[in-house]
Design a protein around this ligand. Structure first.
Ligand code: NAD
Ligand code: UGA
Length: 435
């Protein structure tokens, strides 16, 4: 199959590289000339484990290309994926579909034969209809079908998720398009990944329902963690105790500083807006968003609590600033409101992240950027674990205690055992566990 991938960001680049690895011929198109130049120089613009080797090998074998010219890529393709961003629209929380519709217009101009246009971006219900209308209006003679094929990969585990998905959802009522999609995903189907065919609107809603449900699990366990702290229970054991029930499941029950990232925050907001538009309010999701928003400041208060509520004159080491490990993505990272709140409370903040420093420097002001965890913690009054990078699990706590002004660990990801940490002389506070 010849595939054009419009947008070479987290999803477009990973999907393009994986499709080419399946044997398809993929051209990734991006309007960002710098990104395309970097990719053509063998540089991967994002941190995603395994992606550099996957891209390099498929480029070498001639199955993966990077260009800025939509027309040539679309003209040659049987399938065109739209994988551009759909951020929150400024001010109202609706998904901003301007990139999707701009891509649709460019595609319309370049269609030469029957082409399957696939929306992989996360888009509200009805966006596929609008993409179809745009293409039809711009190019009335075009032969095409618009399919919804939402993507469920997670950053940091993107290649594994793409190649071994729990399911593939394909929304289309056009048999020719379904046959083409079956061919595109044939290697995964052979690998026993379930493919679910449905209509386009159902596929679009499925994506938002999935992300909102996962966000709900996280917000739920975070509230249980708060209660566990008050009643002297252990949230990790509660999570296991409920998660072993197959109807609930063990995943997405890790209490922490609140969910962040480029998707849960914007997708929950967009789903709420769709619910309001159709007068079918999503009150549970509305509460999840409110609970999650409040949590970041509550985590700053948790840090302050260790110092009697006052952070003036205190230096705080923040370990981990990306929204989760194994990515350099800082979009809507919990560290952002948390650090702002700590600074508002008078703290001086020092920051270290294993791969997120370059992005962090674009986001934070008035913080000290450090080269490593020990440099970061040196002279500090508290060390706060915000992102659970593996390397933070193996820190030499004795050395840490010796170099800090005050041995306090606020572990917002519960990566340490309270006993071990206190044995090393630290005052310790985790999330939802007896102290
Ligand atoms: P991103 O911002 O990393 O990448 C989008 C890319 O599209 C950018 O490189 C941008 O330059 C390019 N672009 C914008 N308009 C273009 C156009 N007209 N032609 C060509 N290129 C264009 O975004 P992302 O994180 O990859 O997300 C893309 C979509 O996938 C979003 O809808 C998101 O919700 C969804 N999604 C993301 C993830 C994830 O883990 N990031 C997972 C599943 C779904
Ligand atoms: C999420 C979904 O998991 C993917 O299925 C989806 O494709 C993607 O959004 C998307 O639509 O973009 P991602 O945002 O990459 O993936 O990362 P997650 O692993 O889901 O984590 C999201 C946030 O929830 C992170 O801040 C993470 O720390 C937090 N989280 C997650 C918890 O606090 N506890 C948990 O148990 C799980």
């Amino acid at each position: 199959m010849r595939i054009a991938m419009i947008g070479a960001g987290y999803v477009g680049l990973v999907s393009g590289a994986c499709f080419s690895d399946f044997g398809h011929h993929v051209t990734c198109v991006d309007t960002d000339q710098g990104k395309i130049d970097a990719l053509n120089n063998g540089e991967i613009p994002i941190h995603e484990p395994g992606l550099d080797a996957l891209v390099a090998s498929n480029v070498k074998q001639g199955r993966l290309k990077f260009v800025t010219d939509v027309a040539s890529a679309v003209g040659a393709a049987e399938v065109v994926f739209i994988a551009v961003g759909t951020p929150s629209r400024r001010g109202d929380g609706h998904a901003d579909l301007s990139y999707v519709y701009a891509a649709a217009l460019e595609i319309a101009k370049a269609i030469k034969k029957f082409t399957v246009v696939v929306n992989k971006s996360t888009v509200p219900v009805g966006s596929g209809d609008e993409v179809e209308r745009i293409i039809r209006e711009e190019n009335p003679d075009a032969e095409f079908a618009v399919v919804s094929n939402p993507e469920f990969l997670r950053e940091g585990a993107a290649i594994r998720d793409f190649k071994h998905p729990d399911r593939i959802v394909i929304g289309s009522s056009d048999q020719r398009a379904k046959d083409v999609m079956a061919e595109v995903y044939r290697p995964l189907h052979l690998n026993s990944s379930p493919i679910m065919y449905t209509d386009r609107r159902t596929a679009e809603l499925t994506k938002y329902a999935a992300n909102s449900f996962l966000a709900t699990k996280v917000a739920f366990i975070n509230e249980i963690a708060d209660l566990a702290e008050k009643v002297g229970a252990n949230v990790q054991e509660v999570a296991r105790g409920i998660g072993l029930d197959n109807r609930i499941g063990l995943k997405f029950l890790h209490a922490g500083p609140g969910y962040g990232g480029s998707c849960f925050p914007k997708d929950t907001l967009a789903l709420i807006k769709t619910g309001q538009d159709y007068e079918a309010p999503l009150r549970i999701v509305e509460t999840v968003v409110a609970v999650n928003d409040q949590r970041k400041r509550a985590m700053a208060r948790k840090v302050a609590h260790a110092f009697g509520g006052n952070l003036r004159g205190k230096s705080i080491a923040i370990l981990g600033v990306t929204f989760k490990p194994n990515t350099d993505d800082m979009r809507d990272a919990p560290s952002i409101p948390l650090i702002t709140a700590l600074q508002d409370m008078g703290a001086e903040v020092r920051v270290y992240d294993p791969v997120g420093m370059e992005q962090a420097k674009k986001v934070f002001e008035n913080v000290t950027f450090c080269e490593g965890p020990y440099e970061c913690a040196r002279g500090c009054h508290a060390m706060v674990i915000v992102t659970e990078w593996e390397q933070f699990r193996a820190l030499d706590l004795k050395e840490m205690a010796a170099i800090m002004a005050c041995p306090v660990i606020i572990d917002l990801r519960n990566i340490y055992s309270p006993d071990e940490v206190t044995r090393n002389g630290f005052l310790y506070s985790g999330v939802g566990r007896p102290q």
